[in-house]
Ligand binder design. Structure first.
Ligand code: SSA
Length: 426
């Protein structure tokens, strides 16, 4: 969310952000509504002031019965007028607030201008793409041959875009999540295991609501919803708090199961476990002081952290600078880390790293007292550490062996009792 004063004073900047972000937000309509609210607010305040004056004059009327009655009659008219205007003011103010949630953040000038992921700009590559001198298998075939997945029984119990991980794949996912947790916690990030059911204000806070509400599972009769990422829960944790600058930066490595409706993706990535309704993710989350330089420093650090993990998994990848039309409303800037998927002959997104300045903090009112005692909104950032089962796809495919087994990268072996290869159980 942007500051209301900023939008009033810089409508052109906001219109440019709307254009760059491919948003349908109408700044002129918003400002017209804002003027209506201000006008009505002025009327109500004037009437209230008159009401105060009037009650003073009634107090001073003393024995003058005629004067008292005329003042009381006047007071009744004022009260009736206020009774009519106050609900209108409340409704218009709420309408403006709901629109305020839809105003996109201004993207950093370093973000490529573009309309879709084709316009994202690769910034660096890492790792040699493996050359296979045997018939290459895709992740789903590999998993079936090694008896690592059961999609049929998953579909029986949970419908489409669900899966059962079996045997070494189940152990591999646990190993990956533990490995990610350990490596990021070793950098001083506080480990968290957070609720995957959260209240509406958390989803407004991170920006999932109102625009992405159709992606979220609601719980019948509850005031909570299933989160699509630990980012939602962590953002909500600090609502309405005023932190001190000595506490900042707060750095967290958070885990929770993630749930997504994936509305609008019918027919996309339906083979295997690339795009599923429930998955597990270890998340990096930073709350820092309201400084662009500090946000940029953390943005670079968070993507490097993810690169370190993917390099340890010996998976070739690239980092792309996400374009304005693909990054979404709240981002100032965003990197995606895309892992090489041999069977598709292309890089696929496995990590997403964003910084927001105070766009999220404003929505959920997270502030801090700076060195001069001034209270400001904090800046927030997040990045994926590991999301599984999607990461299994490049992991299994890049490390497949001619005999159909899969080599386990050194970094994961301590989490798998030293096991070096995934083989079929049989
Ligand atoms: N439907 C899905 N199925 C499997 N994995 C998914 C799905 N949606 C997202 N992911 C994984 O989760 C990662 C992060 O998702 S994200 O929406 O891009 N970004 C976030 O959630 C941020 N909080 C950073 O983690 C993705 O890069 C992908 O690896």
């Amino acid at each position: 969310m942007l500051d209301l004063g900023f939008i009033r004073n810089h409508p052109e900047l906001v219109k440019e952000a709307v254009r760059l972000k491919q948003s349908d937000f109408d700044v002129d309509q918003f400002l017209a509504l804002d003027r209506q609210v201000l006008e009505l607010q002025h009327q109500v305040e004037t009437l209230r002031a008159e009401q105060n004056q009037l009650s003073k004059r009634i107090g001073q009327a003393g024995k003058d019965k005629e004067l008292r009655e005329s003042l009381i009659a006047e007071g009744k008219q004022l009260a009736a007028r206020l009774k009519e205007l106050e609900p209108q003011l409340e409704a218009l103010t709420e309408q403006r607030q709901q629109l305020l949630y839809l105003v996109p953040q201004i993207p950093d000038p370093s973000a490529p201008v573009g309309t879709s992921e084709e316009d994202n700009v690769p910034v660096r590559y890492w790792g040699e793409k493996p050359q296979f001198d045997f018939p290459l298998l895709d992740h789903y075939t590999l998993m079936q041959k090694l008896d690592l997945v059961d999609m049929e029984r998953a579909a029986k119990i949970a419908g489409s875009r669900s899966y059962v991980l079996k045997g070494d794949a189940a152990r591999l996912e646990m190993a990956l999540l533990h490995f990610a947790f350990d490596r990021i916690a070793a950098k001083g990030f506080t480990p968290l295991i957070v609720p995957a059911m959260a209240r509406e204000f958390c989803f407004i806070g991170n920006g999932q609501f109102p625009r992405g509400r159709d992606q979220v599972y609601a719980l019948e009769g509850e005031d909570t919803f299933l989160v699509g990422t630990a980012e939602v829960s962590i953002t909500g944790m600090f609502k309405d708090e005023i932190l001190s600058y000595e506490e900042l930066p707060l750095t967290f490595v958070g885990f929770c199961p993630c749930f997504r409706k994936e509305a609008g993706t019918y027919g996309k990535d339906t083979r295997g476990v690339f795009r599923v309704h429930q998955f597990n993710k270890v998340e990096q989350y930073v709350i820092c002081e309201a400084s662009h330089e500090e946000s940029v420093r953390w943005h670079e650090q968070l993507i490097r952290n993810a690169e370190e993990l993917v390099q340890a998994l010996e998976i070739p990848y690239r980092v792309v600078n996400v374009c304005t039309g693909d990054m979404g409303d709240g981002k100032v800037g965003m990197y995606d880390l895309e892992c090489w998927v041999p069977s598709e002959g292309r890089y696929r997104e496995t990590h997403s790293c964003s910084y927001f300045h105070d766009w999220q903090a404003r929505r959920v009112n997270i502030r801090y007292r700076d060195r001069d005692g001034k209270v400001k909104f904090v800046h927030t950032l997040n990045n994926t550490a590991i999301a599984s089962p999607r990461i299994l796809i490049p992991l299994l495919e890049n490390h497949q062996q001619p005999d159909g087994s899969v080599r386990i990268p050194e970094a994961l072996r301590p989490y798998l009792g030293g096991q070096e290869v995934l083989r079929a159980r049989r």
